[in-house]
Design a protein around this ligand. Structure first.
Ligand code: DAH
Length: 338
C-alpha cells in the first residue's frame, strides 16, 4: 500500500464514522479498523514490507490515522449514547427549572419582627405548650371559678383539667414558677377558642404575650413607653399609643391598648371607624393574686403584662381585610405577598 492509499483509507474511515447511524454501526467500525484483525493493526504489521526510505513518513501517517480515528470514534459514541438515553446527558449550562419562590407567611413575619423588637428592649423569648392545664390557663391567672370563658362552649377541653390554651397568658405562670424575678419575656404562640369563623375570628389564632416582673419598681408608665416604642418600630413613625381602662382578671389596673390608625394617622377613616385609633392589645400591672399563685411575694415584686393578637397586627400592617385569607391558602392571595 502506498502512502496515498493509506491517506485515502484514513479519509474513508472517518467518513464511515460520520455516516454510522447508531451505536451498533459504530462498534462494527471499531472492530473493522481497530480490532485484532482490523485494518490499522494489519497495516502496522505490514510496516516491515514498506521500503526503508518511506517507512518514517508511512509510520507517521499511520499514527495520525489511528489518533484521528480513535478521537472521532469516541465523539460519535458519546453522541449516540446521548441520543439513545437523553437523560444520561447532563448539560450543566441549561438554566434550572423554576419552581416558584415562597415567602414567609405574614403571621410568622409578624412574630419574628415582634420578637426582634422586644429583644432590643431586653426581652427574651419564652415557650409553653398548646395543651395546658386548667390551673395555668385559668386558676393561676385569677379567673373566677365559674367564669364563662371556661365553658365548654368557649374552650376546647380534653377532660376536666386539660384544655387547648385559650390565650398565651399561661406562659406567664410557667415562666414565673420556673424563674425567680426579674423575668422579662415575650411568648408568641397558638391559641384556641370555640369561635365561629368570620372575617375577624378564627378558632385557631396567635398571640404574643409579654411579661416584665422585677424586684425594683415597675410602673404603668414603663408599660406605656415600652408599648409606644413597639408601636413605632412595628408600624412606623408617628404611631402613638393610648390606654383605655378595662378589666382582665390577671392585671390590676387593666387597660386596652390602642395604636394610632396607621391608615389615616389619627384623622379618622373607615379602617378605624373614624376614631383615629385601632385596638391592638390588652395589658396591665400583674395582679397580686397571680404572684401568690406562682410563689412570688406580692409585696416585693412589681410588673406588667400584655397580650396582643398576631393576626390582627398582620392584617393591619399588610392591609389584609379578612383573617381567613391567612389560613385558606388561596394562591391568588398568597402570590400577592411577595
Ligand atoms: N390574655 C388576654 C386575652 O386573651 C390578653 C391579655 C390582656 C394578656 C392583658 C395580658 C394582659 O398579659 O396583661 O384577651
Amino acid at each position: 500500500m502506498t502512502l496515498q492509499e493509506l491517506q485515502q483509507e484514513h479519509a474513508a474511515s472517518l467518513a464511515a464514522l460520520a455516516a454510522a447511524g447508531d451505536a451498533a454501526a459504530l462498534d462494527a467500525l471499531r472492530v473493522k479498523y481497530l480490532g485484532r484483525n482490523g485494518l490499522i493493526p494489519a497495516m502496522v504489521k505490514r510496516m516491515k514490507d514498506v521500503p526503508a526510505a518511506d517507512r518514517p513518513a508511512f509510520g507517521k501517517a499511520l499514527g495520525a490515522w489511528r489518533a484521528a480515528f480513535e478521537a472521532a470514534l469516541a465523539g460519535r459514541v458519546a453522541e449516540a449514547q446521548a441520543a439513545e438515553a437523553p437523560h444520561a446527558a447532563f448539560d450543566v449550562t441549561l438554566p434550572g427549572r423554576w419552581r416558584g419562590e415562597g415567602v414567609i407567611h405574614p403571621v410568622s413575619r409578624v412574630i419574628e419582627e415582634c420578637a426582634e423588637i422586644f429583644h432590643r428592649l431586653g426581652f427574651s423569648v419564652a415557650d409553653g405548650p398548646d395543651i395546658e392545664n386548667k390551673f395555668n390557663n385559668f386558676t393561676a391567672l385569677n379567673t373566677a371559678p365559674h367564669h364563662p370563658s371556661m365553658d365548654a362552649s368557649d374552650t376546647f377541653w380534653f377532660d376536666a383539667e386539660t384544655l387547648l390554651r385559650t390565650q398565651t397568658s399561661p406562659v406567664q405562670i410557667r415562666t414565673m414558677m420556673a424563674n425567680p424575678p426579674p423575668v422579662r419575656i415575650v411568648n408568641p404562640g397558638r391559641c384556641y377558642r370555640r369561635d365561629t369563623t368570620d372575617a375577624t375570628h378564627s378558632a385557631n389564632f396567635h398571640q404574643i404575650e409579654g411579661l416584665y416582673v422585677d424586684t425594683k419598681p415597675v410602673s404603668l408608665a414603663d408599660l406605656k413607653s415600652t408599648l409606644a416604642y413597639f408601636a413605632r418600630e412595628m408600624m412606623g413613625p408617628g404611631i402613638g399609643v393610648r390606654f383605655r381602662p378595662h378589666f382582665f382578671p390577671f392585671t390590676e389596673p387593666s387597660v386596652e391598648v390602642d395604636f394610632t390608625c396607621h391608615v389615616c394617622k389619627g384623622k379618622g377613616c373607615r379602617v378605624c371607624k373614624n376614631s383615629g385609633w385601632i385596638e391592638i392589645a390588652g395589658a396591665g400591672m400583674v395582679d397580686p393574686r397571680v404572684y401568690e399563685h406562682v410563689g412570688y411575694d406580692p409585696d416585693k415584686v412589681y410588673g406588667y403584662a400584655f397580650g396582643m393578637g398576631v393576626e390582627r397586627i398582620a392584617m393591619i400592617k399588610y392591609g389584609i381585610p379578612d383573617i381567613r385569607f391567612l389560613y385558606e391558602n388561596d394562591i391568588r392571595f398568597l402570590s400577592q405577598l411577595r
